[in-house]
Design a protein around this ligand. Structure first.
Ligand code: GLU
Length: 512
């Protein structure tokens, strides 16, 4: 592989938010380019005006930025092969379609939507391939293959709308050499005469994609498996244009599957199972429906990227944690699997946890501080650091930092009913016990771990009870539930005054 010539592209269509499968495609392109010292390009494929969704392009750019997937050439910074938005290249494509017509590889077609329906209706009992607009039906349709030259000229001159279709050969084997799947063989008779250029003056995806990959000197097309069925058509187009020599290599990435492995991961799975399938939160511009995003759910971008990299690729070792540089170093298309990878929401949280606990203390303080500030709470850094130290092992997502620690900053405003039932039982006994605990604890002179611990042990043994019988109600009064770090840690972090105050307040609210 001549590394100097490696040029890959990520070519999303701005038809909605970018699915995490799309982010993975972008990531693999990025890793591949960086690994080989090549270039990675972001090209926006916005030729389908009907599917254009406002805000989608910005969303794509922002998502990839958040992930740290940075491009050498794109719509923001431009580059020597620009423009990188297909709508700004509209003037380029017609000539290429006409070139194919001149060479007999494509033709004009005048069929109206009604006529196409009639054809499909008539052919519907046929084998699906035979019923398509293609080698077996095209001569019965209205196009420049079936009509006389004069008629074609006249129809065009009179302004009749037409499309340009590729002329698929009748019986030919088409080979797609895929870097992941090997040789993929397709019979041309199974393909249809796809529209390359539409009556509205816009190219279709197929034409624009091939023309641009050629003009942008793309060396490798790395994209989702859903495009594999289009690859034979693309190979034909390269041949028809006479660009076979410089045809890029193909690598079709396996699908991202639902957690149970049954089919492609969709937005609905995320909604149903409670995890995001989009990198960033997205609001549908029409329905105003909100879809959750990894960023807003409290994932760290490096954890998200690490997790995504492993959905379809592995380094062949046990190592699971990689920085972006580490991924670049290890990545190879040879180690991308052929089979779909199941998305595992648990694993996503696991990755985030790994990155969260390794974050420098200062950054964690910053993250928790943001939560505190949102609630107008102000605490000194050393106190926040102590709290973080106590709770971070149980935190997976950024919001867990607050959710697991809020009682250190605010006394409980309510007590979990189920926990009350369980640990404040029988009420008169527990009430009496905590009342006497409060009284005696006031006498502790030095409120440090050893003193408090010694006191509690002595208290429990004098009352002839088990540790849990005291600890559980105490924790309830401190945190409002049965969560959180050990009671000793809570006691020393909150300090004597606050600790005892919470017992007193709790006693006033608990059943007697
Ligand atoms: N515009 C296509 C998409 O939205 C690109 C497919 C390709 O990479 O060729 O996925």
């Amino acid at each position: 592989m001549n590394d100097q010539k490696i040029r890959v592209r990520f070519a999303p269509s701005p038809t909605g938010p970018l699915h995490i499968g799309g982010v993975r495609t972008a990531l693999y392109n990025y890793l591949f380019a960086r690994k080989h010292g090549g270039k990675v390009i972001l090209r926006i494929e916005d030729t389908d005006q009907n599917r254009y969704v406002k805000g989608a392009e910005d969303y794509i750019v922002e998502s990839l930025n958040w992930c740290g997937i940075l491009f050498d050439e794109d719509i923001v910074n431009g580059g020597p092969y620009g423009p990188y938005r297909q709508s700004e290249r509209k003037h380029i494509y017609r000539e290429y379609a006409e070139q194919l017509v001149r060479h007999g590889y494509a033709y004009y077609a005048f069929d109206t939507p009604e006529e196409l329906d009639v054809m499909r209706e008539k052919e519907k009992n046929n084998d699906v391939h035979l019923s398509q607009y293609g080698p077996f039906t095209r001569l019965g349709m209205k196009n420049s293959l079936s009509l006389s030259q004069d008629e074609v000229k006249q129809r065009i001159a009179s302004g009749e709308p037409y499309v340009i279709r590729i002329k698929i050969p009748e019986n030919e084997e088409i080979h797609v050499n895929d870097l992941i799947r090997g040789d993929v063989l397709v019979q041309s008779s199974s393909l249809d005469d796809k529209v390359l250029f539409k009556s509205d003056g816009w190219p279709t995806y197929h034409l624009a994609n091939i023309v641009d990959d050629h003009l942008m000197e793309i060396s490798h097309v790395i994209r989702g498996e859903e495009w594999l069925p289009s690859a034979p058509l693309h190979v034909l187009l390269y041949r028809y244009f006479g660009w076979e020599e410089t045809m890029p290599e193909f690598a079709h990435l396996p699908l991202l599957l639902k957690p149970d492995g049954n089919g492609k991961l969709s937005k609905r799975d995320g909604d149903r199972l409670g995890f995001p399938v989009f990198p960033l939160q997205w609001m549908d511009p029409v329905t105003k429906d909100i879809s959750s995003g990894y960023r807003e759910s409290g994932y760290l971008p490096d954890a998200f990227v690490n997790m995504l990299a492993f959905l379809g690729w592995n380094p062949g070792t046990e190592q699971e944690l990689f920085t972006m540089d580490g991924l670049i170093h290890e990545f190879s298309l040879e180690r991308v699997g052929k089979h779909g990878s199941k998305f595992d929401p648990e694993k996503a949280r696991w990755y985030n946890h790994q990155y969260l606990v390794k974050k420098p203390e200062k950054e964690l303080i910053g993250l928790l501080k943001q939560e505190l500030e949102k609630r107008n709470l102000h605490f000194e850094d050393p106190f926040i650091a102590t709290v973080i130290h106590l709770i971070k092992e149980r935190a997976n997502l950024i919001p867990d930092l607050w959710n697991n620690s809020c009682f250190f900053f605010l006394p409980p405003t309510a007590y979990d009913e189920h926990v009350v039932k369980k640990v404040w039982n029988p009420p008169p006994v527990v009430f009496a016990l905590l009342t006497s605990f409060l009284k005696e604890a006031e006498a502790i002179s030095e409120w440090n771990h050893d003193q408090v611990y010694a006191f509690i042990q002595d208290f429990v043994s004098r009352k002839d009870m088990k540790m849990g019988q005291l600890m559980n109600p105490l924790r309830l009064l401190m945190a409002g539930n049965n969560q959180g770090p050990g009671i000793m840690d809570i006691a020393t972090t909150l300090g004597k005054e606050e600790f005892l105050k919470r017992i007193e307040t709790g006693l006033g609210k608990m059943p007697r």
